[in-house]
Design a protein around this ligand. Structure first.
Ligand SMILES: [Zn+2]
Length: 290
């Protein structure tokens, strides 16, 4: 493709002949303006090359990160259009699958819920109903100084398949993002998800689990997974302030172009509320029934 771009770069200078055509009033020469369109082709192909490059240097990584953020902005109106301006919500959406929590034992819901107040990020509709989970003991999520990812109780813990399905995408590229001195999310990867897995559970229900520890995957693309099977380990890759599991269900495989769906859980214990609801929310402590 690089040779093709080199040829294009030479050809679009022919567009200058269009100015000669305009100056001499020769309409057939004015057609040479069309060669300027090749500049656009050159631009698009160059972007594709950068996006396909491995993150070998910081510039490529920064450009990919920028494009993902732009993609997220462009994705929002596309998601609204695809859903005819009626995004799925907890009242109207009929789930195809009831999910298990993607971990063993009791974890805290650090972020997420099915209403605007508790939502992971209400206005970012591809992550509206996502959840972040971590382990808290005596009000703290870490022991020792908390400056190393390994200080965190959930770091390295097994991640489980939330339901039966087929693995359709895995990224296993990024080292953990170091813990920041400030309580803010950092991202040392070109993808906010860091290492992630996407599992197809039904025609229009896919799960994404993100921030996975590099090289901790137990499955590969194409594998059939069963609910509760270990698929990877919790890490701190991508855009994150501390190790946690980001879990969401979405309408399609594309993270940027799929609406996030409210997640109905089944066979879980909610230690925080005695209300029997399939939904969980920020502040709850939850676990799967054994
Ligand atoms: Zn998250």
């Amino acid at each position: 493709m690089k040779t093709f771009i080199k040829v294009i770069k030479k050809l679009y200078w022919l567009g200058l002949l269009g100015f000669v055509g305009s100056f001499l009033d020769i309409p057939s020469l004015e057609l040479f303006y069309l060669f300027f369109l090749l500049a656009l082709v050159d631009f698009v192909l160059s972007i594709i090359i950068v996006l396909r490059m491995e993150d070998t240097n910081e510039t490529v990584s920064d450009i990919k990160f920028l494009f993902q953020n732009l993609g997220m902005l462009i994705g929002i109106p596309i998601i609204y259009l695809r859903n005819r301006f009626h995004l799925p919500d907890a009242k109207s959406y009929e789930p195809k699958i009831l999910y298990s929590l993607p971990f063993q034992g009791s974890w805290n819901v650090a972020n997420g819920g099915v209403d605007r107040e508790t939502s992971h990020s209400w206005n970012i509709c591809n992550q509206r109903y996502a959840y972040d989970f971590y382990i808290e003991i005596n009000g703290k999520t870490f022991c020792d100084s908390g400056k190393s990812v390994t200080d965190y109780y959930c770091y390295g813990k097994p991640i489980l398949a939330p339901a039966d399905g087929i693995v359709v995408e895995i990224k296993n590229l990024f080292n953990d993002t170091p813990i920041s001195d400030e309580p803010e999310a950092l991202c040392s990867a070109s993808d906010i998800r860091g290492n992630y897995i996407i599992i197809k559970h039904s025609e229009h229900e896919y799960s994404t689990i993100a921030h996975i520890k590099k090289d901790s995957f137990y499955v590969k693309v194409g594998d059939h997974v069963q609910r509760g099977q270990q698929i990877a380990c919790c890490g701190n890759s991508g855009n994150t302030s501390e190790p946690h599991i980001h879990f969401q269900i979405q309408q399609g495989k594309s993270f940027l172009l799929s609406a996030s769906l409210p997640i109905c859980f089944a066979d879980i214990i909610n230690h925080t509320t005695c209300k029997t609801s399939p939904y969980i929310a920020r502040g709850h402590i939850v676990e799967n029934k054994k």
